[in-house]
Write a protein that binds this ligand. Structure first.
Ligand SMILES: Nc1ncnc2c1ncn2[C@@H]1O[C@H](COP(=O)(O)OP(=O)(O)OP(=O)(O)O)[C@@H](O)[C@H]1O
Length: 225
């Protein structure tokens, strides 16, 4: 589903990822960990085409991301839901408007849009907050709203960048349960996090593999987390 073959990523400051090879199978659940600045966000951006690798081959849904034209890239982005580290809401729009943005862009009918939106926001526990504006939401509500927006187009893959970054333990467990539920629905899930306790907590809920970025390489971590 997502496959990297000898992928390197270099920017002005130097090489951040060096000859990374890995494969995420459909329906798998992975964590990506590593120190701050190691390149977790960069690796996720490569996986949804926001950045292109300097060398090597990265394919998503069997397509070489570097070869996609604009339309193909737009289709890929519909099939890959992204929970951004900073949530990225538009403060002058309501929660409902923010979360439904991908649906509106994709041209879905107004009634289908309302049904999907209500179901989804209820699922993340925000069914009564549709009219709230982003600045009125707590950190945990924002993170759950970001997750709802990431999956509103029913993507096959969910990439979550520090989805529990600014919330307490209880809320991080709630977010984790939602991500595990998505995986049980068949979605491939990749979570970038530096929170090892989150990874340990996941082990009783899902068969998760842990990838660690260290010294520009990505390796499968052992069971000793
Ligand atoms: N195109 C670029 N231009 C300049 N700097 C870049 C570029 N791409 C990545 N970097 C730098 O590479 C480093 C890795 O960034 P990245 O956000 O991927 O790390 P991270 O592991 O997600 O960190 P954190 O855990 O702090 O979020 C950072 O220092 C970032 O500024």
């Amino acid at each position: 589903m997502i496959e990297l073959e000898n992928v390197s990523y270099t920017y002005g400051g130097g090489e951040l990822l060096s000859n990374v090879s890995l494969r995420l199978q459909p329906g798998s659940f992975h964590f990506l960990t590593g120190p701050s600045g190691a390149g977790k966000t960069t690796l996720l951006k490569l996986c949804y085409g926001a950045l292109l690798s300097t060398s090597g081959r990265l394919s998503v849904f069997e397509q070489d991301v570097a070869q996609l034209d604009r339309d193909q890239m737009a289709l890929l982005r519909r099939r890959v839901g992204v929970v951004h580290q900073d949530c990225r809401f538009l403060d002058h729009m309501t929660l409902a408007e923010n979360v439904s943005m991908p649906l509106m862009v994709s041209g879905r009918s107004e009634s289908a849009l309302q049904d999907d939106l209500a179901d989804l926001l209820t699922w993340v526990g925000l069914g009564t907050r549709l009219g709230a504006y982003p600045p009125e939401l707590s950190g945990g509500e924002r993170q759950r709203a970001a997750l709802a927006r990431a999956v509103i187009l029913s993507p096959d893959v969910v990439l979550a960048d520090e989805p529990t970054g600014n919330v307490d333990w209880e809320m991080s467990q709630r977010l984790l349960r939602l991500l595990v539920e998505l995986n049980k629905m068949g979605k491939t899930v990749l979570i970038a996090t530096h929170d090892l306790s989150l990874i340990r907590a996941a082990k009783s809920q899902v068969q998760a593999r842990v990838l660690r970025i260290s010294q520009r390489q990505v390796q499968l971590a052992g069971a000793d987390l």
